[in-house]
Design a binder for this molecule. Structure first.
Ligand code: HEM
Ligand SMILES: [Cu+2]
Length: 579
């Protein structure tokens, strides 16, 4: 094609094939289109919960159906599609080699077909089981199958990336593996291992039970398998953001990464601590002995080590950047960073995520502590906490990077750049108000996963609880601001997508140099020993947990739907103990 007014790409960028371009467009475009439904339901939840409406459904969509769509789209579909697209981008950019075409497209189609199956089940009201799909709530079999396909599809590319990595390593045995590549490979290794448990839960426990082939299910075992996956899932969400923090944020701030080795240590420690801690979501579950809860609770605090390394390394990197930009005083560097530079909008998205993450981390320490957990368990505190993690650094880095990747590869200018750079700040203000409402409400007993408008927030109902009026109103105000910020983002993203091409598109990622580029230490440039230690800790933490969950499960559970307290199939003496 002849494009006379189009500028040449800058140095160091990479021209990628049409196939990979199209793949990345679709892997960003599909989840961001679905996200409109996810965000709509987020707003609706705050409206129901504040008692603005007192109905079980709105616009033919039930509260729990909406909450399922919200959790599945925002926390599973968006994050998985993005992680794969970002993985393709980092591997192609750093190794200058593209992943196998058919492997990449196979992954895309598995994820897309899986998403469509699950979307059909959720939209037709046959899978209102929330994104954790705990039994004994039962969904349509296609929901479980769809979720399994989405997950399997998302780890297929790991094999192609690992292949490229092994070849590269053979050619460059003494060169440090690029940090962003370590991030991607660590992330997908964790993902591959943890998803084996959820695949077992879906294929061996849930599907036969949902099909009516087995009358009851072992709820504790299903939950234990789920959380083997579920906690590592949060690191699968976070590691792309960490990769951006270490390898891009210092450069965007105008400085250098304080220590390259700190990044490597952090990433490998995540390999050790991401999986064997899932039982901290089951502190209140019977059938799991206290010793295991204690052990996994302690391991959870192990994550504090890489988190603190990250906090200090990033603070030092930002300090260096601020000083290079002319700061003289001790903390003056904070004032010198490019917060509102619309050319460096990715900085704004990343720094805003970091600000929220401070509060997400602090509230997370409360959740991880056994006794404090008992106070906040199943209250609104929990969504208050995780909107400052998954809807904080995770979400902001995903949407910021989606825009960055798309506009770079397509060669298009950002639509409304001045608006774009304020979106993350609006989001931070929204979340801080929203999460204050939820966390405060949680501390005074406001439950999560509850349509409060039907009862507790309905003045005509005998259960009306006036203490929760201010807390749910705060959450509603925050929710409106977040929805407004998201709306602006959709305008910017789709506006960019539908605008004219102005440059030859190329794959370009910001690359931070290291201030302390330590010598290559073989231990921090190889996966094998880490994988072995990872395996040992997982066995120690999980063999006793699975053993107890299988041996002392109590009676098996027949299937239920959310709207009826009576099981779908009658329970008989002969089938209740039949697992
Ligand atoms: C306009 C923005 C948003 C609003 C107003 C919002 C609102 C809410 C509310 C009120 C709940 C709790 C409902 C309940 O427990 O009854 C919730 C749950 C949740 N939200 Fe959001 N949210 C938003 C964005 C996001 C984003 C961007 C993500 C992730 C990327 C996210 C992930 C989740 C998850 C995983 C749950 C838990 C669902 C469950 O308990 O099954 N939310 N959201
Ligand atoms: Cu966890």
């Amino acid at each position: 094609m002849n494009l006379p007014n189009i500028k040449r790409p800058k140095n160091k960028t990479m021209q990628i094939s049409r196939s990979l371009k199209r793949l990345i467009y679709w892997e960003l475009g599909i989840p961001l289109t679905l996200l409109t439904i996810g965000i709509y339901h987020g707003l609706m939840q705050t409206i129901y919960r504040a008692g603005v409406i007192h109905q079980s459904s709105f616009a033919h969509l039930d509260y729990y159906q909406g909450l399922t769509l919200h959790g599945v789209i925002n926390a599973i579909v968006l994050t998985s599609f993005f992680a794969v697209a970002f993985g393709h981008a980092t591997i192609a950019f750093y190794f200058k080699r593209e992943p196998h075409k058919w492997v990449a497209w196979l992954s895309f189609w598995l994820m897309t077909v899986g998403t469509l199956m699950a979307a059909w089940a959720m939209l037709s009201g046959k899978a209102s089981v929330l994104y954790t799909f705990y039994p004994p709530l039962k969904a349509h079999p296609l929901f479980y199958l769809g979720a399994a396909l989405l997950i399997v599809g998302s780890w297929v590319p790991l094999f192609s990336w690992a292949n490229i990595y092994v070849k590269w390593k053979k050619e460059n045995p003494l060169v440090k593996t690029p940090l962003a590549v370590v991030g991607t490979l660590v992330n997908f290794t964790i993902w591959f291992i943890c998803t084996l448990a959820v695949a077992y839960e879906v294929l061996v426990l849930l599907l036969p039970w949902a099909m009516g082939w087995t009358p009851t299910i072992n709820v504790t075992l299903a939950r234990t398998l789920f959380w083997f996956f579920g906690h590592a899932l949060v690191y699968f969400w976070l590691l792309p953001a960490y990769t951006m923090y270490y390898t891009m944020l210092p450069k965007l701030a105008g400085g250098k990464l304080f220590s390259d080795l700190a990044g490597r240590v952090t990433l490998f420690l995540f390999l050790l601590f991401s999986v064997p801690v899932g039982v901290h979501h089951q502190f209140s579950d019977p059938s799991i002995p206290r010793g295991i809860k204690m052990f996994q609770g302690l391991l959870t605090f192990g994550v504090a080590i890489p988190s603190f390394i990250t906090a200090f390394t990033l603070a030092a990197s930002l300090e260096y950047a601020g000083k290079k930009r002319g700061s003289k005083s001790l903390l003056g560097f904070f004032k010198k960073l490019p917060y509102l530079d619309s050319n460096k909008y990715l900085f704004a998205y990343l720094i805003c995520g970091l600000i929220l993450f401070i509060f997400g981390g602090l509230t997370g320490i409360v959740n991880a502590s056994g006794q404090l957990n008992a106070v906040v368990h199943n209250t609104a505190w929990l969504p208050g906490h995780f909107h400052m993690t998954v809807a904080g650094p995770v979400f902001l880095s995903i949407i910021g990077m989606s825009l960055y990747l798309y506009s770079g590869i397509a060669g298009k200018k950002i639509f409304l750049p001045r608006i774009n750079v304020i979106i993350p700040y609006l989001w931070v203000i929204g979340i801080l108000i929203f999460s204050t409402g939820l966390s405060w409400g949680g501390l005074i007993g406001e439950p999560r996963r509850t349509n409060l408008g039907m009862t507790y927030l309905n003045p005509k109902n005998e259960l009306f609880t006036p203490e929760w009026v201010p807390t749910t109103m705060l959450a509603l105000c925050g929710g409106i601001i977040m929805t407004f910020a998201a709306l602006l983002f959709f305008i910017v993203f789709f506006g960019t997508m539908f605008s004219k091409k102005t440059e030859v598109g190329a794959l370009d990622l910001p690359v931070s140099e290291a201030l302390h580029d330590e010598k290559r230490i073989p231990l921090f440039d190889t996966f094998k020993p880490w994988l072995i230690i990872m395996g040992i800790i997982i066995l120690l933490a999980y063999v006793p947990a699975f053993y107890s969950a299988s041996k002392n499960p109590g009676p098996g559970a027949p299937p239920f739907t959310p709207e009826n307290p009576v099981p779908i199939q009658p329970v008989t003496k002969s089938n209740i103990y039949n697992q």
